[in-house]
Design a protein around this ligand. Sequence first.
Ligand code: GDG
Length: 477
Amino acid sequence: MISLTERESTSRFIVASNSEPYQHVRSDGEINQEKRAGGLTTGLDPIMKDSENLWIAWGRGSADFEVTDDENKVTVPNEEIGYTLKRLELSRKEINGFYYGFSNSTLWPICHSFPHKANLEKDYWEIYKNVNRRFANSVLEEYKPGDKVWVQDYQLALVPRMIREEEPDAEIALFWHIPWPPWETFGIIPWKQEIVEGILGSDFIGFHTSWLVHNFLDTVYKLGGAANRGENIARMGSEKAVVKAIPLGIDTDFFSRTEEQEKKAKQLKEDFCCSKLVLGVDRLDYTKGIDRRLEAIRTFFDEYPQYRGEVSFIERISPSRSKVQEYKDMREKIEQLISQINGELRGETWVPIRYFYQHLPQKELIPYYIAADIGLLTPLIDGMNLVAKEYVATREKGMLILSEFAGAAETLTESIQVNPYNPEAVADALHQAINTPEEVQKEKFSKMRVKLNQMDIHWWRDRFLDEWELSTHGRAS
Ligand code: GDG
């Protein structure tokens, strides 16, 4: 692999993403800069930390435009080791049509194989195209020959081709963070051809897992393109892209424990538990399978009544898309289920499920990871599920019960993998996890941690950049 220093001296990066790496927010009369949760910023910061580099994103922070210059630019994280963040300001109409509309009520459900939830409104699509055009223009205003343009995720699918049309020799790559569905699901979108052609403006496209790469190549083939599965190449018209699985890793150093976190974890266990504590941490979303998990918890206490009073569950749910009616309904349903289960089963001091509806800064999740004997992450489908990786990274022993439909299942093969739609299977997995001897737990965790350390966020970035480099060498052929 090319070292970071070699890379820094050779290329300027332009990253384009919907979410910004840093937000400015006003609190108590002051403006504070906050790093956005998630590994992407941590992974990309080391290659971005040069004043020449540029990140273009939608500015959503309450004070975002109070700190920018007249080109909507600000240096982040600071002047000494900073790069330029250029913020796009979106109108209410653009936010509704582009973000809540086409991104989150069309592409999100389709890509997660929930076609019945997809809204196929043409207006949303038109606004999505316009906002993608704004992102592309913003890149093009800054672009200089030799720059590398790295586009992130499903909100910006059309941007690669929009750039390619103006700059045929540009180096453009895209990482798709969510699943790519089977053809018969993706095919439902009336504008499927334009979306795939948009993506294929890239030289290099990354997904989390090999099965998502296969789904994407199938789609290209069905839409009249050529897909070489042996060489991972997709062609359509004059466009050619290399498509590979490069699973996103985490910043494992960040998840090593401190004494203070251990103390907090001990306190959590004392406050909430009993003999075994089981943890779920999810963004509120129907893809995360939270209601089915609650059903599985009820099945578990029915099938294995000996664990009543002995095992407690923590469900940490982080608010998301909270203005959308469907998400409000989902929250209500989850809260009802939890109170029913707690109402039926709770003992004098024992509460089966402790529930928190709150977003925590990533650091504050660590004591929860440390306190939990078992991690229970059962999304119905998930591009990766970083929480599963983070749980393993903080611990030397424990058990991870993981949905077989999460991208993380491809790497974390020592977890107990379950069908999240099957409450009996999840209940049995819990019983198995509780009874797994400590030596076996340690062995499993040690194997998983080796993989997480090898394939961490820095590995992901370097691997992506290496593969991208190789793919641009072959672009003329
Ligand atoms: C999408 C895809 C894919 C911090 N505080 C909370 C919280 N965080 C951090 C976690 C973790 C991240 O947010 C959540 O990442 P996930 O991967 O679990 O899930 P999504 O938000 O759905 O992310 C997913 C990911 O993009 C990256 O490509 O893996 O498949 O859907 O880093 O530490 N998370 C929660 N509550 C908090 O209070 N749930």
